[in-house]
Design a protein. Structure first.
Length: 281
């Protein structure tokens, strides 16, 4: 069984490598590139796993997990991380590196329970995860984007009566719209010099050109080639987005998720695993 605890802290940092030009720093770090720095309201979550103790009914003492997690984040709270924390004076305080640092400080776990995951978000748009599956540890980075589009749910393989039965009011003649939230997750080796899995500018450009620029402000059925003959369900949408981003991001692409509404979430992990639909995680 897995249990987790979430804490918040506030800190400043700068994304800037002194040996690079201003243009190179902007290419690496996007709009966040600045030698002066900026700040975030960070949210950090740690999860441990183990069996339930039959005497206490607990996997682990959540108060102890909170105490250990607070010990680590208190080192960062209300600090300028690059300038005041020794670990980050020679390491970029990226989401990836911050998640890895918390992981290192909490490993191997709490109260005899194994550490499974550390998730660190610097904003609603960017978060990193350090996790362990079996004997392997991995780091992923998730970036969120928004676009607005209309669609009509209609399948050419169903009759009008069947379409109406399956899709209900979503089969209405002119369609309806959503403010979609797209999440793109990448993984791989963190660059020791930059502290990043991928240049943010590269990621943003790929998503802008392959997804946002194609779909934002459009009627998916009527205005796009992708859905001219394909039902623009969110299951199909998340698959098509994967297929568009995969050639640009290669093996670094690990997952694509789409929040259609606050209640409906869909994700695709490629390699024939299919789309997974479910409630908001």
């Amino acid at each position: 069984m897995l249990i987790s605890r979430r804490v918040a802290f506030e800190a400043a940092h700068s994304y800037w490598l002194a040996d690079l030009s201003a243009a190179e720093n902007r290419r690496l770090f996007g709009s966040a590139a600045s030698p002066s720095g900026h700040g975030h309201n960070y949210v950090c979550e740690a999860a441990v796993a183990g069996p339930v103790d039959p005497r206490s009914g607990l996997v682990a003492n959540i108060a102890e997990l909170n105490r250990r997690l607070r010990q680590v984040t208190d080192e960062l709270d209300h600090r300028f991380i690059n300038r005041e924390h020794p670990y980050f004076q020679h390491r970029a305080p990226t989401c990836e590196n911050l998640a890895a640092y918390v992981w290192q400080q909490l490993w191997p776990g709490v109260g005899g329970r194994e550490l499974r995951r550390v998730r660190l978000a610097e904003s609603r748009r960017l978060r990193a995860v350090r996790e362990r599956t079996g004997q392997d540890e991995m780091t992923t980075l998730t970036r969120s984007y928004g676009f607005s589009a209309a669609h009509r749910l209609v399948s050419p393989h169903l009759s009008e009566a069947e379409n109406r039965e399956v899709f209900g009011k979503c089969f209405s003649s002119h369609g309806h719209g959503h403010d979609y939230v797209l999440e793109v997750t990448v993984g791989g080796e963190v660059d020791e010099r930059t502290g990043m899995l991928i240049d943010l500018e590269e990621l943003d450009q790929a998503v802008q050109e392959e997804v946002i620029g194609r779909y934002d402000g459009c009627h998916l059925n009527d205005d796009t080639e992708d859905f001219a003959r394909l039902n623009p369900s969110s299951e199909n949408l998340v698959h098509v987005v994967w297929e568009r981003l995969r050639p640009r991001l290669g093996a670094r692409l690990r997952k694509v998720g789409v929040h259609e509404t606050e209640r409906n979430y869909f994700e695709y992990v490629g390699d024939g695993d299919g789309a997974i639909a479910g409630p908001e995680p």
